[in-house]
Design a binder for this molecule. Structure first.
Ligand code: PDD
Length: 286
């Protein structure tokens, strides 16, 4: 079954899907993106993802490549044409194609690319049963990580370092020892009293959509959340630790820098959040 991508108004074979060499995404990382989970034939939390896209575009003064009501149709169409029931749909908007100059080009149309790909939900379930390992790295990203920009080189390097250390995620840590977030996920701990703790999203991290929906899940399960910073030391001593993102949902962390969390097994509260997530999230038929 050939994969199909959407590129600037056309549905094309994935292998032939190309953008111009002077696309500003390619030259300056001058663009933004979103990743939505596709689960059981639904696009998960699409309105929230498109709301965050709108904010990212506005913060960078990039226009909408299509009208906001058309984008959900394109996302659904790409998911449908690729027969994705479980997996993800990726969209990227850049400032467009222009001869290389740092300042914003006048009259350039933003570029839009959408792809979708399958993922095996049972493999993700198995990963959640064993949990993942994280390492910590010093924060070295720019100040506007609240914008979901395609400029991800520090994240690439941090996650590669994690892989080389036998871990699956890297946590960026501030100079004062507090945890910011992962290379592609938000970071959470659960205290001995069963309180969920995650850093405030006003500044310094991406406001994850999964994070936002987990607030709703926690409310449904009667769990308390504290939005505050936590240190690496507090995380190592926590009752449970997990990460959240559209591609992992709530994923237990069982080791930080080689130190086992609790008994080294996924925590029951994290697994209950994971289990309740789909029921609470907004589901748009693909
Ligand atoms: N990453 N923080 C960072 C730096 C991220 O890149 C992501 C998502 C998140 C979680 O956001 P959300 O819950 O909306 O997925 C937090 C996506 C999955 C990626 O880059 O592939």
């Amino acid at each position: 079954m050939p994969r199909i991508a959407y590129v600037n108004g056309r549905y094309v074979a994935h292998a032939d899907a190309v953008v111009h060499i002077e696309d500003r995404g390619y030259q300056f990382a001058d663009g933004v993106y979103e990743v939505c989970e596709v689960a059981r034939g639904f696009i998960v939390d699409m309105p929230r993802h498109l709301g965050r896209l709108n904010r990212s575009l506005r913060e960078l003064s990039i226009g909408w490549p299509v009208t906001p009501d058309v984008l959900p149709i394109i996302l659904r169409e790409v998911v449908r044409r690729n027969h994705v029931t479980d997996g993800l749909v990726y969209l990227q908007v850049t400032r467009g194609v222009a001869s290389r100059d740092f300042v914003f080009p006048a009259g350039t149309k933003p570029s839009l690319v959408v792809t979708a790909r399958k993922a095996d939900p049972t493999a993700a379930g198995r990963r959640a049963e064993s949990g993942i390992k994280v390492i910590t790295v010093p924060e070295n990203r720019w100040d506007r990580v609240d914008i979901k920009s395609v400029g991800l080189l520090p994240n690439v390097l941090a996650k590669q370092k994690a892989k080389e250390a036998g871990a699956q995620e890297a946590w960026f840590v501030d100079a004062d020892g507090t945890v910011k977030e992962g290379g592609s996920s938000n970071a959470w701990i659960i205290t001995r009293d069963g309180v969920l703790v995650t850093r405030p999203a006003e500044h310094g991290i991406l406001r994850g959509i999964t994070r936002t929906t987990l607030f709703d899940v926690a409310a449904k399960l009667g769990l308390k959340i504290e939005e505050r910073g936590f240190s690496v030391a507090e995380a190592k001593a926590a009752r449970e630790v997990f990460i959240s993102s559209a591609t992992t949902i709530a994923m237990p962390v069982v080791a930080i820098d080689g130190v086992l969390v609790a008994n080294g097994h996924p925590g029951s509260i994290t697994l209950s959040l994971r289990q309740a997530f789909f029921g609470v999230a907004e589901k748009s038929p693909a």
